[in-house]
Design a protein around this ligand. Structure first.
Ligand code: FO1
Length: 309
């Protein structure tokens, strides 16, 4: 039996880590959002792929929520001395990943580079980009259109969020690894990790063929709300939803995913969303404070999915 998890940033990496701890390694595929990717200082940056990779390698920086644990910043300090760009912080250890990925992308695609790096780090689970074609999340704000990292990091999500589009998605194809996960006869569940539905899961669902494959497989698809008591656990999700006039509630998540999901995992603190969205609800403590929480929640989510079969 195998499991496919769709993941974005921090919440996705945490649940992926929990799933990796409780499933036989070769049965888990994590398909990752690449809409946040961009080229910076000549380097190919794939933030969500690195969040998942570092988490599964046990080397993620928990304090920052991105990058490498125990990081040093000599490169950034030297760049500052040269009055170079320092708004997007590249740690000394993190830098090695970007430089290696640039080398690997000279001889293969992002799937190959991602698979090579996870193997080098001793990770047994499959990590695949949502697509090997370029997809870029562009955020329309009251200060104009911004590339994702400009919105998220340079401007710290302060501009008013009006809408988001995923440039290139219409022409993009699901990656070979994502298609293989969908077509695996042993696939038993698809999990939408508690990443931002609009920023991290939506780009994956925007790839032609992804929604159709999720809808056509007769197996449970379970999403996790990223909200607890109307607040995002991390990141700008609640602010963005408020700016869209949508309450940061599980009901909004259920409505967002619509009939694509069979089950929705919500926090016990959240009021029940309107049940007419069709998704079966499961309420629990969705806050992942540590690896024990990650494993507990992963186990609860899988048990919930299996009950929906
Ligand atoms: N996020 C920040 O808030 N500030 C940064 O300087 C920053 C640098 C960075 C470098 C590499 C990387 O893989 C991620 C980085 N992030 C930074 C996080 C990144 O913006 C987010 O992880 C995703 O794009 C959204 O989940």
């Amino acid at each position: 039996m195998s499991v496919l998890a769709l993941a974005g940033g921090v919440g996705g990496a945490k649940l992926a880590n929990g799933l990796a701890a409780i499933l036989p390694p070769e049965t888990l595929t994590v398909a990752v959002n690449t809409g946040d990717d961009f080229e910076h200082m000549g380097l190919p940056i794939s933030p969500d792929i690195d969040s998942v990779t570092y988490a599964l390698a046990g080397m993620n920086n928990v304090e920052l929520g991105w990058g490498v644990a125990g990081e040093s910043w000599a490169f950034m300090d030297a760049m500052a001395r040269l009055h170079g760009e320092t708004w997007f912080r590249l740690g000394d250890r993190d830098l090695a990943t970007h430089i290696l990925r640039r080398q690997l992308l000279r001889q293969g695609n992002l799937s190959a580079a991602t698979d090579d790096i996870r193997r080098r780090l001793g990770i047994a689970q499959k990590i695949v980009p949502m697509s090997d074609d370029p997809v870029r999340s562009i955020v329309s704000t009251d200060q104009g259109d911004l590339a994702f990292q400009d919105y998220f990091v340079r401007y710290q999500c302060t501009p008013r969020f009006l809408s988001i589009r995923f440039e290139g998605a219409e022409q993009a194809r699901p990656s070979v690894g994502l298609l293989a996960a969908f077509d695996d006869p042993g696939l038993e569940a698809i999990i939408f990790c508690p990443s931002n539905p609009l920023l991290s899961i939506a780009p994956i669902l925007a790839i032609p063929g992804v929604r159709e494959r999720i809808a056509s497989r007769r197996l449970p698809c379970v999403a996790l709300s990223p909200f607890i008591a109307r607040q995002a656990v991390k990141g700008p999700a609640a602010k963005i939803m408020a700016e869209l006039g949508i309450a940061a509630t599980a009901a909004a998540v259920a409505a967002h995913y619509g009939d694509l999901i069979d089950g929705l995992v919500i926090d016990s603190a959240d009021e029940n969303p309107i049940a007419d969205e069709g998704a079966t609800l499961f309420a629990t403590d969705i806050l992942m404070r540590d690896s024990a929480d990650q494993q507990r929640l992963a186990r609860e989510v899988l048990d919930f999915a299996r009950r929906l079969t």
